[in-house]
Design a protein around this ligand. Sequence first.
Ligand code: SF4
Length: 524
Amino acid sequence: MKHRLEDLSRRVRGRGPRVGLVSTWDVENNAVRILAATLRAAGYHVAEIYFKDWVSNALDPATDEQLENLAEVCRREELDLVAISIRASAYANSARTLTEYIHDHLELPVLWGGMHPTLLPAECLDVADMVLKGEGELALLDLCNRLRDGSDDLYGTRNVDFRLSDEERVRNPLRPLVTDLDSLEYRDYTTHQHKYFIWGRRTSVGDPMHGDPVFQMMGSRGCIYKCSYCYNSTYKKDIYPGQKWFRVRSPQSMVDEIRQARTHWNMKRIRFDDEVFNFQMGWLEEFCRIYPREVGLPFEIFIEPKLVNETRMTMLRDAGLVSVYMGIQSSERVTGHLYDRRVKNQSISDIAALYHRLGIKPHFQLIFDDPVSTEEDKRKLFEMISTFPHPYDLYLFSMTVFPGSELNRKLLDSGLISEYDIDGLHNTRIFYQHRVNLAYPRPVEDTFWIALTQMLSKPFVPRALLRELARSETLKRHPWPLIQMAHAANYVKMGATAARMVARGEMTSTLVRRWLSFDRVITT
Ligand code: SF4
């Protein structure tokens, strides 16, 4: 609102704002860390506030005590502006709760940024004073500079929309995408000051990710594909049309960031969290040349089936690649027609065999609970996975429909879903059914196929037995015994995994916190 914005510009003129960046239910938040690094490098005071953490299928709402702890951090840090990072639309209600508390108790202006505010800025502006759309680093820096300089064009800041009153709003265009990712700051993992983690009844000081065995890196932004359910497709088509959406850092810049973090962090593995790891040959050769020499830690990547080939995977394996995360999603028919990802079942089976041959551990991702899969589709998916050589993990997800996505349009147009099925204010299903949990109410036939499919990844459960059970019409109508069997198999596998991690010294408080949700155990 205008009075909060006017107070802000009056208060910070000449010195610039003290900014609190709030990550909602996500301690891994890369966006908050890059924004913080960008503002700090320009001389601004920033507090990183990690408000609760993601626990699959068990996201509890903020308590009054946690909200007061947030307000207390804002007071202690003498903040002028609070920016809340919101990734998925289901978080909008939670962000509203935080925003109203900050407004009511501190009278501070609140800015929302992230995927949801970018897709639905007008709705977000009903609650927030400002909305930051699209890529945020340079836009937030520009906003802070204008506040510091007392600019008379504050409300012309690109990427930022302002609510001056309920009727008066200012919308601004987007600045172009950052083309040189190497020009951005490294995330700061070398200090612990002005970083807070609000969890349970406590507020701890320091970066909550520090000390984790896995260090996450991003070497790129965007994606070359356009899967119907993914925000990348919407950003590419609707938010940044005509611009180069997939951009990569140089291998040297990535290696340098890891080396900087390693001066303060005894990490054991690197996970490259890029949507898809860059497979352009020249870049890959450079990466495989310098990474083993300058980092030398085992690493993991996310990859798409269409990019996998033996030459590239062998190069990466030799550079230290130990495991991959790859989306299969569903049967060939559903993946092609519903998700716009056309890959043959045979190609997936060949890739699984290739990983096995190269000694790379795959984590295959699947999406269930779509409204179009037939009995035949579910059987074919089960049969394809039953050919994969062990070891591998299966990550089973429940379908989420994001606002503005192509999947959203397809399913609404065909009448298969309603507005209430779209992730957002009315639908926070990802909070309790993101990873598939067999206790979730779904058709018994789906429960039957999910229980069978997820047991395939357990090498101690004979496949011949699972194939035999897959023929049982009785179990299809009454899958309760299968559910118990699947639970037992999961506990055995998770127990063995946890024991190995303890033995390697890789079990951290972050993992314990996240894994102590038994609703999650069912989906590996
Ligand atoms: S490949 Fe992955 S990141 Fe890229 S559009 Fe598809 S789902 Fe999104």
